[in-house]
Ligand binder design. Structure first.
Ligand code: ZN
Length: 467
């Protein structure tokens, strides 16, 4: 329980527009009333949000707060990663349970649920399958509130065959689940990597040249074809290229139930980052692309063709990146032995706000893609991603002009580098509430680990596109 609270004088933003209105938060941590000119009741704390924006807390639908890659593990955990998330205005994360090949997916889910107990904010889970599972496994996961599954078409230790993918899409359709896909053609990429290494091309920039956009686009097209024949709903994670986007949009146009996600790093960074001294700290898959890809991704966010922005938060210490996935006993001697993944859980809301400042998207697009749509697609809405009466009071008072440094020293993620080192942005949270409790105020963390709750996804979700 917390005191009742009145957020007064701010401008509430949602996907429909900007409204000058007050928000009353009840003692039970839910939104009680949204209307202009509300008068404080006795015992209620009043927060003056004049000249600030008031938005639902960010929902980050793609995180890896625990992930083992060979001998390495991601550098954040649920406690540190969710603390960093909320410092940047995200109040709910959906983490990918990623079992090792052959591991029982239900046991992996149980393990991740125990890890989640240290979270500072609410969280949900997606399950990953490394091989086809029975319809009864899908049913029991859905029953337990895990209503989305991930399948990889790349990485030999995770990838699933086309045959298994189609089987799982039929099962997902039967139980109302969403299937998330990592779209890259793993087999073709393996050959390109082997040829590069045989020719002595071992440097970090080869990470991008061996994972060309056309192989992402091919996988997107394949997944959309599978979605079309099974009538299942698919969600394409981390789209990075114009070619992939075109194939998704073509499928959308012919009525395929496909939703698309991109990440801030594909919108703001390009492949030249791989060429520098610190190139190793910019490795992710799909790789960073070109400026022309960024332009198309921004256009697709503005037009509503791209549905969400998530982080794919997957941080590593620089020393671990250099040591490589086989650990210190066998230091990496080429790009293929270095882990991929960027930190980003804390900087997403601010980086997307810079898109608003630059005129690339509207404030409504910002809230739609970063808060509302992720909650709707994964069955958390309107409890999350909304400030409607009855919603959880996960609320951010956003100061559109508050300056912030994106240097790793100023941030709270467990990393010793930042993809945006040297960047100074304007726009950062002033106040963050999680179920009505103050978790962040003016850059100070006031929350605690272990209070975040598991939020079950519901399959009877409000479908963003009517399917
Ligand atoms: Zn990921």
């Amino acid at each position: 329980m917390s005191n009742g609270r009145l957020i007064r004088g701010g401008t509430v933003v949602d996907s429909t527009g900007m409204h000058k209105t007050d928000v009353r938060v009840g003692e039970d941590g839910t939104v009680r009333e949204v209307a202009p000119g509300l008068v404080a009741m006795s015992g209620e704390e009043v927060y003056d949000a004049t000249s600030k924006l008031v938005i639902p807390g960010g929902v980050d639908a793609h995180t890896h707060l625990h992930l083992e890659v060979g001998d390495l593990r991601t550098s954040d955990d649920f406690a540190s990663g969710t603390m960093a998330a909320v410092m940047g205005g995200t109040t709910c994360v959906i983490e990918y349970v990623t079992p090792r090949q052959g591991e029982d997916p239900l046991a992996a889910v149980e393990y991740w649920r125990s890890l989640g107990e240290s979270a500072c904010i609410d969280w949900s889970l997606h399950a990953t399958f490394t091989s086809a599972v029975s319809s009864s496994v899908v049913a029991s996961l859905v029953e337990g509130g895990i209503t989305s599954f991930k399948l990889y078409l790349a990485y030999s230790q995770l990838a699933i065959s086309d045959r298994e993918a189609v089987q799982m899409l039929f099962a997902a359709k039967e139980h109302g689940a969403v299937v998330c896909f990592h779209c890259e053609n793993g087999g073709a990429i393996d050959v390109l990597i082997a040829r590069a290494l045989a020719e002595g091309r071992k440097g970090v920039p080869e990470h991008a040249s061996t994972r060309p956009a056309i192989l992402e686009a091919e996988a997107v097209n394949r997944v959309c074809s599978f979605a079309e024949i099974t009538e299942a709903t698919v969600y394409l994670v981390h789209l990075s290229s114009a070619l992939a986007l075109e194939n998704m949009m073509r499928a959308k146009d012919r009525g395929v139930h496909v939703l698309g996600e991109t990440c801030p790093h594909y919108l703001w960074l390009d492949r030249r980052k791989l060429e520098g001294e610190e190139g190793i700290c910019f490795m992710c898959s799909p790789p960073l692309r070109d400026k022309s890809d960024q332009d198309q991704l921004w256009n697709a966010l503005a037009s509503g063709m791209l549905d969400t922005v998530a982080t794919d938060h997957c941080p590593f210490w620089t020393a671990d990146r250099k040591a490589g996935i086989f650990g210190k006993s066998h230091p990496a001697d080429n790009f293929s032995e270095m882990p991929g993944g960027l930190p980003g859980i804390e900087t997403r809301m601010a980086l997307m706000w810079q898109g608003v400042r630059a005129g690339l998207i509207t404030p409504m697009d910002w809230v739609r893609t970063c808060c509302e749509q992720p909650a709707k697609i994964f069955g958390l809405w309107p409890k999350k991603g909304s400030l409607a009466v009855g919603a959880d009071a996960d609320l951010v008072v956003w100061d559109p002009n508050r300056p912030a440094s994106l240097d790793y020293q100023s941030l709270h993620m467990a990393t010793d580098h930042s993809p945006y080192q040297g960047w100074r942005v304007e726009g950062w949270p002033e106040l963050v509430l999680s179920r009505g409790r103050v978790v962040v105020h003016r850059g100070r963390f006031m929350g605690e680990r272990g209070v975040g709750q598991f939020v079950p996804g519901r399959v009877k979700r409000v479908n963003p596109e009517g399917f």
